[in-house]
Design a protein around this ligand. Structure first.
Ligand code: SF4
Length: 432
């Protein structure tokens, strides 16, 4: 991945978090950061160097910093400045597995992504997250205590006909369910391939958690809408299958049962926004977590990696409106501008006020979190709450963690890995 160019005149603009949002051990670093005179890169990088460079020297080649594309451009630039890797959730999940020499992996993104890295890590590799409160709102509507009771009822009704496909945006506990039922994990880049693989076995699929990704992938596979059934709303406490208007008949008829969760960042887009940007001469690209009525009229639909490469590979003079997370679009806008490629956020239309929404939970990782995590690791004082092990469940509000026993963790890792490795096989076969 090419290094990001640092734009000296662009300020570090990630919103500062209040001091009491930092865990106790991190507050001294946050106080120093908040006291800096400005957020210009030279100021912030100068401060960070004092913590990050000694950690890099201490751990040497064993250290790997990783960040998701949706992190504020500041963290993306910081991670790349210090030799780390930026990627989408599929690319990040493979980081420990594909880099056995990296023993200390520090992640700036959301918890399920760090856990996915840990699921594929070896015993001598540690995964740390700079802020354990960085959850994913889509995943929060598909916690194990919500999904497992429903899955039990479905298994009771359909037996071995039922298979679970777990989007990467799930906890390890849900990925374990996918493995246990002979299913697979998927990401937005391979959801269609994984669904095709599942349906080719003649089995009914429970797709968890994003109803929009499931519907978009099914649409692209040519599956009729009446072969999909939406399960009850987890926010309304639906725990009995068949309580939706279509009842059990609808579930029996369907090939794909969609869990009802969504990403608030990706569901703000409308077909009118697509049409408006197209009238302005822009090509419209959207992420498949968008609603089907938006994806169906866009010029291109694809994963974060697809969106990034469409911009990076575009000839000068190209113009895009992109429907995805706001920090990503801002990063793509900066990189595109350097090559005369215009990128705007799809929600930037007259009269719409929420344009440019970023992933608020992922943004809970900021420069002081990265500085503190690395400095405390170097000193041997890193708080255990920041360590990520398979099966960990962290409450995003209270930071209370439920950690499995070693035996439970071993079992979860085995089952979830089967589902992850199955996805990798399907994706690699599809790419080849
Ligand atoms: S952008 Fe949406 S789906 Fe992605 S991590 Fe944030 S809340 Fe979750």
């Amino acid at each position: 991945m090419g290094a990001f160019q640092i734009f000296p005149s662009i300020p570090i603009c990630q919103t500062d978090l209040p001091l009491d949002w930092y865990q106790e051990e991190f507050r001294p670093y946050a106080e120093e950061y908040l006291a800096l005179p400005d957020r210009l890169p030279e100021t912030v990088f100068g401060w960070l160097d004092g913590y990050v460079r000694p950690a890099c020297e201490h751990f040497g080649d064993a250290l790997l910093l990783v960040a998701h594309y949706y992190m504020g451009g500041e963290i993306v630039k910081l991670v790349e400045r210090y030799g780390g890797a930026v990627g989408d959730s599929y690319q990040l999940a493979l980081k420990a597995r594909d880099n056995p020499r990296k023993r200390v992996i520090v992640e700036s993104a959301v918890h399920f992504m760090a856990e996915a890295i840990a699921l594929l890590a070896r015993d001598d590799q540690q995964v740390w997250i700079t802020n354990p409160k960085a959850g994913c709102t889509m995943e929060m509507l598909a916690k194990d205590y919500m999904v497992l009771p429903v899955a039990d009822q479905l298994i009771e009704r359909y037996g071995e006909d039922l298979l679970v496909v777990a989007y990467m945006n799930t906890s390890g506990r849900i990925k374990q369910l996918a493995g246990r039922t002979g299913g697979a994990v998927c990401t937005s880049s391979n959801a269609g391939l994984v669904l095709r693989w599942a349906l080719d076995q003649g089995r009914k699929v429970l797709f968890v958690p994003d109803e929009h990704l499931g519907r978009n992938a099914a649409h692209l596979l040519g599956i009729a809408p009446d072969r999909l059934a939406l399960l009850g709303d987890p926010r309304e406490g639906h725990h009995r299958i068949g309580e939706t208007p279509g009842g059990l008949e609808e579930l029996d008829h369907a090939d794909i049962l969609l869990w009802r969760s969504f990403c608030g960042v990706h569901t703000i887009f409308t077909p009118e926004m697509v049409r408006w940007h197209r009238q302005q001469g822009r090509e419209v690209l959207v992420h498949p977590e968008s609603r089907l009525e938006v994806a169906a009229v866009a010029d291109g639909v694809g994963s974060t990696s697809y969106l990034w490469h469409r911009v990076m590979d575009a000839p000068p003079g190209s113009r895009f409106a992109i429907g995805t997370e706001g920090h990503f679009v801002r990063n793509a806008c900066e990189q595109g501008a350097a090559r005369a490629v215009e990128v705007v956020h799809l929600a930037e239309v007259p009269g719409f006020r929420q344009g440019g929404c970023g992933c608020a939970t992922m943004s809970r990782n900021d420069p002081p979190h990265l500085a503190a995590m690395l400095d405390l690791l170097r000193r041997g004082d890193a708080p255990d709450i920041n360590r990520v092990l398979p099966g960990d469940d962290v409450d995003e509000l209270t930071m209370r963690r439920d950690r499995l026993s070693p035996a439970e963790r071993e079992e979860l890792t085995r089952d979830a890995r089967i589902a992850m490795e199955r996805m990798i096989q399907i994706a690699e076969a599809g790419a080849g």
